[in-house]
Design a protein around this ligand. Sequence first.
Ligand code: 0A1
Ligand code: ZN
Length: 877
Amino acid sequence: MRDGNPNPVTRLSDYRPPAFLVSDTRLDVDLRDGHALVTADLTLARNPARDDRPTELVLDGEHLDLRSVVLDGRELAPGDDYRLDGPRLIVPNAPQAFTLTTVVRIEPEKNTALEGLYRSNGMYCTQCEAEGFRRITFFPDRPDVLSRFTTTIHADKSAYPLLLSNGNPVDAGDEEGGRHFATWEDPFPKPCYLFALVAGDLACLSDTFTTASGREVALRLYAEHRDLDKLDHAMDSLKRSMAWDEKVFGREYDLDIFQIVAVSHFNMGAMENKGLNIFNTSCVLAHPATTTDAGFERVESVVAHEYFHNWSGNRVTCRDWFQLSLKEGFTVFRDQEFSSDMNSRAVVRVENVDFLINNQFPEDQGPMAHPVRPAEYQKIDNFYTLTVYEKGAEIVRMQSELLGAEDFRRATDLYFERFDGQAVTCDDFVACMEQVSGLDLSQFKRWYAQAGTPVLTVTDDYADGEYRLTLEQHTPATPGQPDKQPLMIPVKLALLDGQGAALPLDRDGRTETVLILRQARETLTFPAPARPTPSLLRGFSAPVSLRYDFDETQLNTLLAHDSDGFCRWDAAQRLYFAALARIVDGGETPAQQIQRLMPVIEQVIARADEDPAQAALLLTLPAENAVGDRHTPLHPQRVHAAVSGLRAALGEALADAWWRLAEGLRESDYQGDGAAMGRRRLRQVALGYLAAAAGAGQVDPEPLVAHLGDTLAAPTCMTEELGALRALVHHRLPGHQAALEAFGERWRDEALVMDQWFGIQATVPGPDTVARAEALLAHPAFEWTLPNRVRAVIATLVNANPSAFHAPDGSGYRLFTRALKKLDGINPQIAARLANGAARLKRLEPGLAAQLGDALRELRPGASANLAEVLDRILDA
Ligand code: 0A1
Ligand code: ZN
């Protein structure tokens, strides 16, 4: 405990408007070797919204060395006129309206937390969301204080020829001693979390975009000189995003210039700073030789996401951090819709749902469960979660479905117009939906406040031409929320006959309907000539866990005939989960599953050329974590044996079919379109099955090793190259070690490719990978201060390799907690995020749970506020 109060809790119920507003902020940042001097000149006034008229001005500031404070031209004396109270600067008797000028000294070179102003590969950059601006200067660091920023940067001209900030460039020039300056002015008032600054020597890709109203916007993408050839895809994605937002949401860009800077050291994916987005290199650089197809898709969606924030987040921002999903859920929804329009809608939907179910559902069912609009937090950094982002997007999606496309667009228009330039709440968003549609969404709003994944249990019976469905909803208790209320749940459904044709559900012959559940239990009836197969939750119409006792015939019908992409995929997943459960719990063998699964899989393969990407999704077995989450207590080694055993058995039984796919889909030269990406994806699935069978000794490895060797010798692109390497390495096929070494040598200078190289090794299944991971941590190319590298080894081991992380001797846990301790001293945000990998603690079988629990408890004393919050939740749950 520090100061007896290590981790103060911030509560939504304590929200008060700010005491003072800052209309204008003039920043002067003087970058010197080893330090920077920041002069902040703030125009302040009391906030008329505070009728208690507080006179005490409180400014946030962390790790700042304060040099002077001047109020309306008069230097203030410490003690009498102002005081430093922990991390805050307090001026007890501030006038009604005044200017305040502070000078602070900071040390960006020493900033390994990557919050505030820091250095990355020789450049200076910033990250201010959520509370990083207070590490640059004293300021009311909260999103409901919106200010007009003018920023001047000074630096050495030859080392930092490029000086950037938000808004438009207004002045620049040379200074004494080989230095220079640039001034940027952002006309749009913004919260300080959207502030950004960059100084460096970077290459630039330039283009322009002409907006719907005919304004020309300069587009500039910056990266290290060696990466200039990797910016085309991001530029193309940006231009498509700008056009799409005009067309679909009527949102036009508002400044004369839009810039993106690629940075190697970054805690998250990217950041939407006004007019100056800063991106993790992994989310902006793309080239077929170095980037997989999944990487290309990620760049497209993250570029879109950050660009869309210009309206959903920047022009209309959040009142407080409890409202984070107001901007994040809405913007994820927007980027998902964009990706759906740019690619195959059905495939994108399944990818998004797969991600939600396999990652957000576990969060919602574990110790970190929290509402999309949390009621309290210790460190807001810990709430940039899949719940806020992905479940938040589903809540917006449900509203778009409830309103229909036209009303939803009218409602978002109203939202942007009414709240432009303001900091608002999730309630304000829903109020626009209600006003336009006339719907009463008061019950719907429980989705924002109630944590946990609702379980929707469906039962049915059929008699005398009538089909009766009973739907019951129940949301299990979550930490701090023992009792839950019924939610408003839209359930889209169809009924299929024995041939898989959809039955008419009403007199107009409609074959799909949406039931809006409001009660804990509701029953509905439909006329039907015979007992139908229900196609439930079509399009994944609500983020619930569906329980219905499908029999195998019904699942086969859905998989073969359903027109809904989600329901087809869900049917395949249910067949796989059932087979795996028979192995894990029922003591059956993988070989025993083959006869039941073969016909289904053969049928998917037979139709694969209709949509190879969808076939790839249908042919992919559930991840080990997803299987493990269905078995209590969790025995990770048993789960691993079942999944890998089933994969190998399917590889062997269908070897001819996999070979036909692998050969038939082999490309002679690279194509970058969606169809080619779909083909590569399906080919990788086929190779994965063959490699599993070869690795298990169930088929002769020789022809596969030769095939993969050919691919590695002359790959058409990184998807192919990395796929071949993974197949060899994960299944320990002959020659895998030499292939790894050759790859590592070939790509030693490409950091993002080396992250993949580290990641492949950290995900080799089996307990002995822990020793390999230890060796990777000692590899000369491993850097503790580089979050992408840390994630490549530690996060992948912990989150994507359960049979290694949960090594029976506890070695995985020891590596994990040692790494957390080390990282906590370097970058507490990254440490806390990684610590979530222990969230399954209470589900583990007792032997493992005791070992992991002990390791975590040892870590607790002295942990940072970020890490402590996560550890406490996991240990106390
Ligand atoms: N607003 C960004 C996410 C982000 C959040 C925090 C960061 O640093 C701690 C960085 C980025 C987004 O949604 O893309
Ligand atoms: Zn975002």
